[in-house]
Write a protein that binds this ligand. Structure first.
Ligand code: ZN
Length: 306
């Protein structure tokens, strides 16, 4: 069969159009896959943030708080202050400022959760370390939380805490909850130990004489840039993490029903997170497939031997 030039041209044009359509379809598929991945990643980040930020948690707990008017006093102790500036980052950053900022933010969160809050200081002033524990005793606080930041010359990052040398169960529960919740907010979890860094049979002055479950928590290392970034950029989230951990500990010890409900909520959140991670993985491999398909496609019409 002989084809005229016009017919051949038409066939070529039709083939070209079909090829363009095919390329368009492929591009559209890739775009959809890409969009899906972006949406999933975004959803995941938002979800992960909300775990520590706890808008939903706050609301839920706030409802409970409204029901239970008198949940007691929490004592928050922003470490150091005044001429005792604590650790520094070898520049202009001082521990006493970080602890005050976070301490005040934690106070606000706790008040929103229905607690009364007493503090060792609300400004940059020197307060005797032993006196802080006595202030908490006088205030009849149910928990004592001293906020500090760590420093290590040889490196190190993450959250760790110290409880009184007797290693009482409730102090450990409080300390571990705070560390876990800060872990959920993105910090590396180190350890909670009884005693001081150098001596398990000694106590830090703040928690040496407190009558209630007590912990001295080191919220990341001043000597670590990532920890400092996390500390600053996620201030609200970190404050919520500490307040929610205190709230959860209070529930575990005094409101078991609420604690059980809260645990269920946290489990659901974890499951949702896992689902998002899996879906993102699937979408990524889908994109990979369609990309490799596109590569094969781009070779069309080219002699593979060339
Ligand atoms: Zn300190």
């Amino acid at each position: 069969m002989q084809l005229s030039d016009a017919e051949i041209r038409e066939i070529l044009i039709r083939r070209k159009k079909a090829k363009i359509r095919k390329q368009k379809r492929r591009r559209r598929r890739m775009l959809i896959a890409l969009l899906l991945i972006i949406v999933l990643i975004f959803a995941f980040i938002k979800l992960k943030g909300s775990k520590g930020k706890g808008t939903a948690e706050d609301e839920k707990a706030a409802d409970k708080a409204a029901a239970a008017q008198n949940r007691g006093v929490i004592f928050i102790d922003p470490g150091h202050g005044g001429m005792d500036s604590g650790s520094d980052d070898d520049k202009d950053r001082y521990e006493k400022d970080d602890t005050l900022k976070l301490g005040l933010a934690v106070r606000d969160k706790l008040q929103a959760l229905g607690f009364k809050v007493a503090m060792s200081r609300t400004e940059d002033e020197l307060v005797d370390r032993t006196e802080r524990g006595k202030m908490a005793n006088k205030a009849g606080a149910v928990f004592f939380v001293s906020i500090h930041r760590n420093k290590a010359d040889g490196g190190g990052h993450g959250v760790e805490g110290f409880i009184p040398k007797g290693d009482d169960k409730e102090s450990r529960l409080l300390g571990e909850n705070i560390m876990h919740f800060l872990g959920r907010a993105g910090f590396t979890e180190r350890t909670i130990r009884a005693g001081t860094l150098v001596d398990p049979n000694d106590d830090y002055e703040e928690i040496a004489a407190t009558d209630m479950p007590s912990v001295l928590i080191e919220v990341g290392f001043l000597s670590n840039e990532d920890d400092n970034y996390r500390f600053d950029a996620h201030m609200d989230q970190n404050a919520s993490a500490i307040a929610n951990a205190i709230n959860y500990t209070f529930m575990q010890l005094h409101e078991p029903e609420a604690a059980a409900e809260y645990e269920e909520f946290l489990t659901q959140l974890d499951n949702t997170c896992e689902k998002v991670i899996n879906a993102t993985g699937e979408a990524l491999s889908g994109l990979q497939d369609s990309l490799s398909g596109a590569e094969e496609g781009s070779g069309e019409g080219i002699d593979p031997q060339a």
